[in-house]
Design a protein around this ligand. Structure first.
Ligand code: AFP
Length: 363
């Protein structure tokens, strides 16, 4: 690979030319990349763009989760659908912004892949000009008929490709087709994604954690134990100080971890026991977990590898703990010790009394 010269298309041709039937996958990823370029242009216009001002006098738009849809959520969803529906590569799509699966219109040839995506992750950051992103995952389908919901409910280990675009000071595309995790930077003058970060590796050790600490009183004890130890720094069992980051755009937090290590946590909490975490399995946790694992990191629900979770619903949520392997393994160990009742010596009595977590809710 020639740094600064290899384009995304050349990379995909080289990665996939010997794999049977994979040329269609390369073509699909080129279509997805084209959609992210269009989204980058939309997002990059900020308050000058179509999607920032709420509809003048119009009724609020809401998505399947009841969230108010900013116009950009809708427009970015449309950008991906319109770039990817006509190429004869897809049998169907699922998006955070669409309640039901999107079947490829009859006028287009049906392909043998499924595209699952969050078109604009971190959209609550749009109004304050903080980095946001697009997350996508590619699954196989036999292409013989329009896909059913069940066809999308595949574990993360079945992904044939996954990636994200991050719309930051630079627009980057980070993806895997199963042979490592690689980063490309958008050359806006030419309109090409150029390979700038081949073979990304997540450092096994880290002293940086990312979590929304305002949820602390709702955490399970093993998460509270880990974060308490990080905050104690060199005065506690870890013997070194830690740093904390929380951008509240998963793409930006995960990108930082791929660049310099760290651990990202959006764990199960008791704030709403009906929701086992905030992040969606199919189009947030699974693609990010594959990217992290392909870069030598780890990704867990706290009790099982995320990629092994058998999906039950399209938009289901899952606890997410991912990043530097040694830290993820430590947090998983804390969950197992908690589940076996072996963590008592480590949990501060103060937290136990305050905890709203009910063990019976532990699934
Ligand atoms: P939005 O897309 O609604 O902004 O949510 C972003 C997100 O799904 C994920 O990108 C962040 O890591 C997480 O939510 C932030 O959640 P909190 O706002 O609870 O910190």
């Amino acid at each position: 690979m020639h740094l600064g010269r290899t384009t995304l298309s050349k990379f995909l041709i080289e990665q996939l030319r010997d794999a049977p039937g994979q040329s269609a996958l390369a073509a699909l990823l080129v279509d997805v990349a084209a959609a992210t370029k269009a989204i980058s242009a939309m997002v990059g216009r900020g308050a000058l763009g179509p999607g920032i001002a709420s509809p003048l006098g119009g009724a609020e738009l809401r998505n399947s989760a009841g969230d108010v849809q900013k116009p950009l959520d809708v427009l970015t969803n449309e950008a991906i659908v319109s770039h990817c529906e006509w190429g004869g590569l897809l049998a169907g799509m699922v998006s955070e912004e669409m309640e039901a699966p999107y079947a490829i219109p009859a006028q287009y040839q049906r392909g043998e892949y499924l595209l699952v995506f969050d078109p604009l992750d971190g959209s609550s950051n749009i109004d304050v000009n903080v980095s946001v992103g697009t997350i996508f995952s590619v699954l196989r389908h036999d292409g013989k008929a329009a896909p059913t919901t069940a066809d999308f409910l595949q574990p993360g280990t079945k992904q044939v490709a996954a990636g994200y675009a991050i719309y930051g000071p630079a627009t980057m595309l980070v993806l895997t087709v199963g042979h490592g995790t690689h980063g490309f930077t958008l050359d806006r003058e030419v309109g090409n994604f150029i390979m700038t970060h081949p073979d990304l590796r997540v450092p096994e050790e880290t002293s940086e954690f990312a979590i929304n600490v305002s949820n602390e009183r709702f955490w399970e004890p093993p998460v509270a134990r880990y974060v308490t130890e990080c905050k104690a720094g060199k005065t506690g069992v870890r013997g070194r100080d830690f740093n904390m980051r929380w951008i509240a755009s998963m793409v930006a937090d995960v990108h930082r971890i791929l660049m310099r290590g760290g651990v990202f946590m959006y764990p199960r909490d008791s704030k709403d026991p009906s929701k086992p975490g905030r992040l969606r399995l199919l189009y947030e946790a699974n693609p990010m977990s594959l990217l992290i694992e392909q870069a030598g990191g780890a990704a867990s629900t706290g009790r099982a590898p995320i990629l092994d979770v058998a999906p039950a619903e399209l938009h289901q949520r899952v606890p997410v703990i991912l990043g530097s392997k040694a830290e993820v393994e430590r947090i998983v160990r804390y969950h197992h010790e908690y589940d076996r009742g072996e963590d008592k010596p480590y949990i501060s009595p103060l937290f136990n009394e305050r905890s709203l977590y009910r063990p019976e809710a532990r699934a």
